[in-house]
Write a protein that binds this ligand. Structure first.
Ligand SMILES: Cc1cc2nc3c(=O)[nH]c(=O)nc-3n(C[C@H](O)[C@H](O)[C@H](O)COP(=O)(O)OP(=O)(O)OC[C@H]3O[C@@H](n4cnc5c(N)ncnc54)[C@H](O)[C@@H]3O)c2cc1C
Length: 470
C-alpha cells in the first residue's frame, strides 16, 4: 500500500489545487479523525479537494494505483466509512459552496457541505431543505442514504427532494444524473449511498419554513408504556404538519427538567408543528393532553434553532454504536423490551430513539427511488454514546441484546444512515426488491467496486432472491 500511496502522491503533486496531507504533516493528526472515535484509522494520504478537477485527479490516481479510497463529507458515518487504514481519503470539506434561487425555490450545494452550511444559506431567504436533526452532520452522506428529519413527514426524505446530482464516477469522468440524464443512476443515488461516485453537487427543492412550534416534555418510567401506546395509535391519523418523536433516555440534571426526574430513566418527547402556528397550538395541546407528561415547555422557535438544538448531545470524538430497524406497529412485547432495556442503560448519553415517518415519505412510490423502506413507519434507533474505551464491550452488548429482542417483531429493512460497521450482511436487506436493479447500476458505473467503503453493493452476478428477505 505504501508504494501505491507514493504513486498517488506523485501523480497529484503538480496539478492538485487543494491540500495533500501525509502522516508527517502537523495538520494530519486532526484531519484523520472522524466523528465516531470508536473508529480510529490512519490513512496514508488525505486529499482535501477544492474543485471538481481535484476530485477527478484523486479518483484517477487512486484507481491507477489500486489504492483503497474513502470519501468524506462530514465524517459522520456511524460505521466509520469515511476513513481507511493506509489508503486515500478524498476529503470534501473545502467544497462547501451553496447557491440559492429564491424564486424557483431551488438550491445547489457542493459535496462537502454540512447541514448547517445548507441551512444558513437557505434560511437567509426563508427556505429550508428537508434534512437531518443535527446540524454538524454532512449533507452528502445523509442525502445519499435517504435522509430523515423534522420535515420528512411534510416534505419527504432528503433524497426525495433532489432533482439532480453531479458526480465523478470511478473512471474519473463527470456525469449528471437527473430524471432526464442517466436516469438509472439518478434512481440509485436516491438512497443507494456512496456506491456510485463522488457527488460534487446536489440540485435540490426547497420549502418555505422560517419558524416552528415546538413542545418538549417527559414521561416518568411508569408512564412510558402507556405514552408509547398512545403515540402508536395516534400517529397513523396525524396530520403531516405534526412530528412527534421519543427518546428513551436518562433525564439530564438541568434546569427545565422537573427535579424529581433528573438522572432518572424517562421518555423525553418532542412535538413539532410546521405550519400555521394557531392551528399548531391546538394540535400540540391535544397531543400533550393524551398522556401524563411532566415538565412541558412550548415555544415558537426559529427553524435554525430547531436544526441545531440537538448538536451538543452528539459531540465529535465520543464513541458511538447503533442498530436500527422499522416496525409496522409497536406491539406490547417490543414496548416492554425497550422499557426494560432503558432500566439497564449503560451510559447517561445513550438512548432509544423512536420516530414515526409516514406522511410524504410513504406517498412516494416504492419503485421511484432506491431508498429501502417506506411502508413500515415506526423507526427505532438504539444508540450507545459513551466516552471511554473500557466501556466498549458493555455498550455494544446493550445495543446488540435489545436489537436481538426486537428483531423478530421488526419489519424487514434498515435505513443505511443508521447502520454500524459490522452490519455488512444487512445491506441486501436494506434494499430488498431493489437489490437486483442496484447491482446492475453498480456493475455499470463501478465494475471494480472502487467505491466500496460504504454500505456496499458489490458488483457481480445477481444472486437468487431470498423470499424471506422481501
Ligand atoms: C450526530 C448524527 C446525527 C444524525 N442524524 C441523522 C438524521 O437526522 N437523519 C438521517 O437520515 N441520518 C442521520 N444521521 C446519519 C447520517 O445521515 C449518516 O451517518 C451519513 O452517512 C453522514 O453523512 P456524512 O457526510 O457526515 O458522512 P461521511 O462519514 O463523510 O460519509 C458517509 C458515507 O457517505 C459517503 N459520502 C460522503 N460524501 C460523499 C459524496 N460527496 N459523494 C459520494 N459519497 C459520499 C462516504 O463515502 C461514506 O460512505 C446522523 C448521524 C450522526 C452522526
Amino acid at each position: 500500500m505504501r508504494q501505491a500511496i507514493e504513486e498517488v502522491c506523485s501523480s497529484l503533486r503538480d496539478s492538485f489545487q487543494g491540500e495533500l496531507l501525509r502522516p508527517s504533516d502537523p495538520e494530519y493528526a486532526q484531519a484523520r479523525t472522524i466523528w465516531n472515535s470508536l473508529v480510529a484509522r490512519s490513512p496514508g494520504l488525505i486529499a482535501r479537494c477544492c474543485s471538481v478537477a481535484d476530485v477527478q485527479a484523486a479518483v484517477r490516481a487512486a484507481t491507477a494505483a489500486g489504492v483503497e479510497t474513502a470519501v468524506r463529507c462530514g465524517g459522520h458515518s456511524l460505521a466509520g466509512f469515511s476513513t481507511c487504514e493506509g489508503g486515500l481519503v478524498i476529503d470534501l470539506s473545502r467544497m462547501r459552496q451553496v447557491s440559492v434561487d429564491p424564486e424557483r425555490r431551488r438550491a445547489r450545494f457542493a459535496g462537502g457541505c454540512l447541514l448547517s452550511t445548507v441551512d444558513a444559506a437557505t434560511q437567509s431567504v426563508g427556505l429550508a431543505f428537508p434534512a437531518g436533526v443535527v446540524s454538524h452532520t454532512g449533507a452528502a452522506g445523509l442525502v445519499l442514504g435517504g435522509g430523515t428529519g423534522w420535515l420528512s413527514r411534510l416534505h419527504g426524505l432528503s433524497c426525495d427532494n433532489v432533482e439532480a446530482f453531479t458526480l465523478v464516477v470511478a473512471d474519473g469522468t463527470v456525469l449528471r444524473a437527473s430524471a432526464h440524464e442517466n436516469a438509472d443512476l439518478y434512481w440509485a443515488l436516491r438512497g443507494g449511498g456512496g456506491n456510485f461516485g463522488v457527488v460534487t453537487e446536489f440540485e435540490v427543492k426547497l420549502h418555505p419554513v422560517t419558524e416552528v412550534l415546538l413542545a418538549s416534555a417527559f414521561y416518568p418510567a411508569d408512564e412510558i408504556s402507556k405514552a408509547l401506546e398512545i403515540w402508536r395509535d395516534f400517529m397513523p391519523g396525524a396530520p403531516d404538519h405534526l412530528r412527534w418523536v421519543f427518546s428513551l433516555n436518562v433525564a439530564p440534571h438541568s434546569a427545565g427538567i422537573p427535579a424529581e426526574l433528573r438522572g432518572r430513566a424517562v421518555a423525553s418527547t418532542s412535538v413539532l408543528w410546521i405550519g400555521a402556528i394557531e392551528e399548531g397550538h391546538r394540535a400540540v395541546d391535544k397531543v400533550l393532553s393524551l398522556g401524563k407528561p411532566a415538565g412541558i415547555t412550548k415555544a415558537v422557535i426559529p427553524f435554525l434553532q430547531l436544526q441545531a438544538m440537538a448538536d451538543h448531545e452528539f459531540p465529535h470524538g465520543r464513541r458511538y454504536y447503533t442498530k436500527s430497524g422499522y416496525f409496522r406497529t409497536l406491539g406490547p412485547p417490543a414496548i416492554a423490551s425497550m422499557v426494560h432495556a432503558l432500566a439497564a442503560i449503560p451510559s447517561p448519553a445513550s438512548q432509544i430513539e423512536l420516530a414515526y415517518l409516514g406522511g410524504a415519505v410513504a406517498r412516494v412510490d416504492a419503485a421511484e427511488t432506491a431508498f429501502g423502506q417506506r411502508s413500515a413507519p415506526f423507526l427505532v434507533n438504539i444508540l450507545a454514546n459513551w466516552q471511554h474505551a473500557q466501556q466498549d464491550a458493555a455498550q455494544l452488548s446493550w445495543v446488540r441484546s435489545l436489537f436481538a429482542e426486537l428483531r423478530p417483531s421488526m419489519a424487514p429493512g434498515v435505513h443505511v444512515n443508521f447502520m454500524s460497521g459490522d452490519e455488512d450482511d444487512r445491506v441486501p436487506e436494506a434494499y430488498r426488491h431493489r437489490w437486483e436493479r442496484l447491482l446492475a447500476v453498480k456493475s455499470h458505473y463501478d465494475p471494480t467496486n472502487f467505491f466500496r467503503l460504504n454500505q456496499n453493493i458489490r458488483p457481480g452476478p445477481i444472486p437468487a432472491a431470498d423470499p424471506s428477505a422481501l
